[in-house]
Design a protein around this ligand. Structure first.
Ligand SMILES: *[C@@H]1O[C@H](CO)[C@@H](O)[C@H](O)[C@H]1NC(C)=O
Ligand SMILES: *[C@@H]1O[C@H](CO)[C@@H](O)[C@H](O)[C@H]1NC(C)=O
Ligand SMILES: *[C@@H]1O[C@H](CO)[C@@H](O)[C@H](O)[C@H]1NC(C)=O
Ligand SMILES: *[C@@H]1O[C@H](CO)[C@@H](O)[C@H](O)[C@H]1NC(C)=O
Ligand SMILES: *[C@@H]1O[C@H](CO)[C@@H](O)[C@H](O)[C@H]1NC(C)=O
Ligand SMILES: *[C@@H]1O[C@H](CO)[C@@H](O)[C@H](O)[C@H]1NC(C)=O
Ligand SMILES: *[C@@H]1O[C@H](CO)[C@@H](O)[C@H](O)[C@H]1NC(C)=O
Length: 685
């Protein structure tokens, strides 16, 4: 796995400033395979952008990786609907892991076709390596050879003394385009390469943590502006002030969640964490104050993935709130059921903040077929996007990357994400198919939709992240990944409006949380990469017919190369986000020993994870299986949700979208009505 030191050293020595060889147009038997999408997100400071430099020396050796296509992927959606659509005869008949694996394993002819093409081009068979996962072919080749193979040109790209290599677009022979997913280095830059004249300043610690939507606290000066609502005689004392101090009692009242949970083995919900790490002291303080029936010392079963470790001390710089709060919410609502924590990736990678991939290792750990398999197994990590293991640096995880080590849980909650545009479309499609496979096996994956309205924070928690393209400058909406994948359930956030109680209607979460988060608002919008899935189509047509948001739009093409066309700011044909929502405002919880008021869609995914767990348990008690991929059921049964009709999610210099009657790209179908959802799912087979 990973890049051999040799290859990198050769490359280092081989970089020179020539720009001699020039390619003509690609031959007609070639087709364009991938092209760089419009400029990435939020490069407010132009010096943070990667600048294209010289052509690579034709003799420099580059480590080429070719991702092979899986088979039957086109059947995936249909298969998922067969087990998830309530009107299907095979509803609920989930597949086993082996069945899923056999269904999608890359065909022998895929491997053969690409392999023989390489041989014909003069490559030595003994030099071609197959990744452990069989999803990749790897070979170190001179730049000139790779440029010929893919009819492209490689350039250096520089940013703040860091150097990467990549091309703007590349072509493949027509007969191979269905067999090749994508290549690395390609339109996604390589991992950094070393160039001695450009020593990097070794500061990775100051860049903060990656990918967390990271729930945010309301700063004291803003808190002091909130007013206690007048006493409501109809409500007990602990429900008087939920709009300012949201607790487990408020959740239960608002969504009619029962106080009893009947634990069933195998239904322990799981939470994904990476970088951020919980502290036992914070959990204890929370349980002590808000769930005193849970003993101090209670914590999830910790499953480490590739060097992830938990817990840390409360005052650790790695304890930033996400894990504490995800665990507080789930553990409290499902107790005495226990829960599972996947702590993913070693400290070096999670703090370096320079890999855009952050879910593949988790998926590898759950699905052996994703990373290695007996035959021409399915896909795996992408060099340059996912950190490679073993990580031999001091303090790194020097074991092998986990593969199929854990059995997928029936409910998985993820409060992490990044901009959709931050990963190449092919990479994301491949990963999205993994969520599909989990759905096929009966798992429900709930992902929070982001906190910056119609855009994503690019690196840190800043309110930029809008896309530039087609002549526009940071004005195009940027939905998130993984939430824009249509095979998982995206969860937005709501709030009790100031001065209201749990007896009143909620609105979309939208709050000023101070500098950098003035527009903290429920993430939503339309994917640029994924078209609207069938289960959502009627809902979206209705939305546009009745509540057209009025913004200029475009229809993204298959390669997403026309983002922002004709002045459009969102993709009218994209998968709509979020699917559902739940309260994500003023949640009282402890972090580093101090109690705060927390906000974010980060809170909404764990709430739904708790609800689905309780429902799965009730189904299990009458001999029924887990609910699996819930979207088709929800879109067909909107009565089981409370429609949210106020609030909006501004960003990118616009008002964003507005919550309206029916589904909307701010709060989705709405918040849970637990008794209705339970009834619905108890009746389904
Ligand atoms: C192929 O590899 C073999 C064994 O390493 C070597 O003898 C031969 O010269 C190589 N051929 C080419 C064309 O590189
Ligand atoms: C990220 O940073 C680490 C540590 O500096 C480095 O080893 C790794 O190659 C970098 N990866 C990428 C993709 O930039
Ligand atoms: C509720 O929150 C407000 C700030 O919004 C705070 O002043 C008050 O003390 C909190 N009440 C309780 C009981 O914690
Ligand atoms: C549990 O932990 C909390 C917070 O540290 C503490 O205040 C409380 O006294 C502890 N309870 C017991 C029974 O030890
Ligand atoms: C944790 O709290 C302590 C005491 O209030 C403070 O000194 C420390 O800086 C905090 N640590 C972090 C990482 O915020
Ligand atoms: C894009 O907008 C930013 C912020 O408003 C500005 O600094 C930058 O110069 C603009 N870039 C271009 C190419 O117009
Ligand atoms: C993208 O796809 C469109 C058709 O949808 C095609 O016309 C165009 O050439 C493609 N462009 C690139 C850069 O791949």
């Amino acid at each position: 796995m990973g890049y051999s030191l040799r290859a990198l050293l050769v490359l280092t020595a081989g970089i020179a400033f020539t720009d001699s060889s020039v390619h003509g147009l690609p031959s007609s038997s070639y087709v364009l395979h991938e092209t760089r999408t419009p400029t990435g997100t939020g490069h407010v400071n132009s010096h943070r952008q990667w600048k294209r430099g010289s052509r690579l020396d034709p003799h420099a050796i580059i480590p080429l990786r070719i991702g092979l296509a899986q088979s039957n992927i086109h059947l995936g959606y249909q298969k998922l609907m067969e087990v998830s659509d309530p009107s299907s005869e095979t509803f609920g008949k989930h597949l086993s892991q082996d069945e899923v694996h056999d269904l999608f394993a890359p065909a022998h002819e895929t491997f053969d076709a690409v392999h023989s093409w390489l041989l014909e081009s003069g490559v030595n068979a003994s030099d071609i390596r197959q990744y452990e996962n069989k999803g990749w072919l790897a070979i170190d080749l001179p730049v000139s050879h790779v440029e010929d193979l893919f009819q492209t040109q490689y350039h250096e790209h520089e940013r703040e003394g860091e150097l990467k290599i990549g091309c703007d677009q590349y072509y493949v022979p027509r007969h191979l385009s269905e067999h090749i997913d994508y290549i690395v280095p390609g339109v996604k830059l390589s991992p950094p390469v070393v160039k001695r004249s450009l020593e990097r300043r070794g500061d990775t610690s100051s860049r903060g943590y990656r990918k967390g939507w990271r729930p945010k606290q309301m700063p004291p000066d803003l808190l002091s502006l909130t007013k206690k609502p007048p006493t409501t005689p109809k409500l007990p004392a602990d429900l008087q002030d939920c709009a300012r101090n949201f607790t487990a009692v408020c959740y239960r009242a608002l969504y009619q969640i029962p106080e009893t949970s009947h634990p069933v083995a195998g239904h322990e919900p799981a939470v994904y964490e990476s970088g951020d790490t919980f502290a036992q002291g914070d959990l204890d303080a929370y349980f002590h104050k808000y769930a005193p029936w849970i003993a101090n010392g209670t914590h999830p079963k910790i499953l480490s993935v590739d060097g992830g470790e938990a817990p840390v001390a409360p005052d650790s710089e790695f304890n930033t709130g996400e894990s504490d709060i995800d665990i507080d919410i789930i553990q409290t609502l499902v107790w005495p059921q226990t829960m599972v924590l996947y702590q993913v990736d070693d400290r070096l990678y999670t703090t370096a903040n320079n890999y855009s991939g952050f879910l593949n290792h988790f998926l590898d750990a759950l699905d052996g077929s994703y990373c290695h398999s007996t035959a021409f197994g399915i896909t795996g990590d992408s060099p340059g996007i996912d950190p490679p293991y073993p990580d031999n640096r001091p303090g790194g995880y020097d074991g092998k990357a986990l593969c199929g080590a854990y059995k997928p849980n029936k409910v998985i909650s993820i409060s992490y994400g990044e901009g959709e545009i931050d990963v190449p479309k092919n990479y994301f499609e491949r990963q999205c198919n993994e969520w599909l496979k989990l759905g096929l096996q009966g798992s429900t994956v709930l992902v929070s939709s982001g906190d910056f309205g119609v855009a994503m924070p690019p690196e840190s928690d800043s309110a930029t992240g809008c896309i530039s393209g087609s002549g526009q400058n940071q004005t195009i909406y940027n939905p998130g990944n993984p939430v824009s994948c249509p095979y998982l359930t995206s969860v937005g956030a709501t709030q009790l409006e100031p001065g209201t109680t749990v007896l009143d209607a909620e609105g979309a979460m939208q709050t000023n949380l101070g500098p950098g988060a003035e527009l903290f608002a429920s993430g939503g919008g339309f994917s640029n990469y994924f078209p609207a899935p069938e289960y959502q189509k009627a809902t979206l047509s209705k939305y546009f017919a009745k509540h057209d948001p009025g913004h200029p739009y475009y229809v993204a093409n298959a390669n997403a190369s026309n983002i922002g066309e004709n002045g459009g700011i969102y993709n009218r044909a994209g998968r709509g986000i979020p699917d559902i929502s739940a309260n994500g405002a003023n949640f009282r919880a402890f972090n580093n020993g101090t109690e705060g008021h927390w906000f974010g869609t980060s809170l909404a995914a764990p709430l739904w994870a708790s609800i689905i767990t309780l429902i799965n348990q009730e189904r299990a008690r009458i001999g029924k299986g887990s609910v699996g991929f819930i979207n088709p059921v929800l879109y067909a049964n909107t009565d089981a949700l409370t429609d949210i009709k106020q609030g909006s999610n501004p960003n990118c210099g616009t008002s964003g979208f507005t919550a309206v009657e029916g589904w909307d790209p701010v709060t989705g179908l709405g918040t849970p009505k637990y008794p209705s959802l339970l009834k619905l799912w108890l009746e389904l087979p």
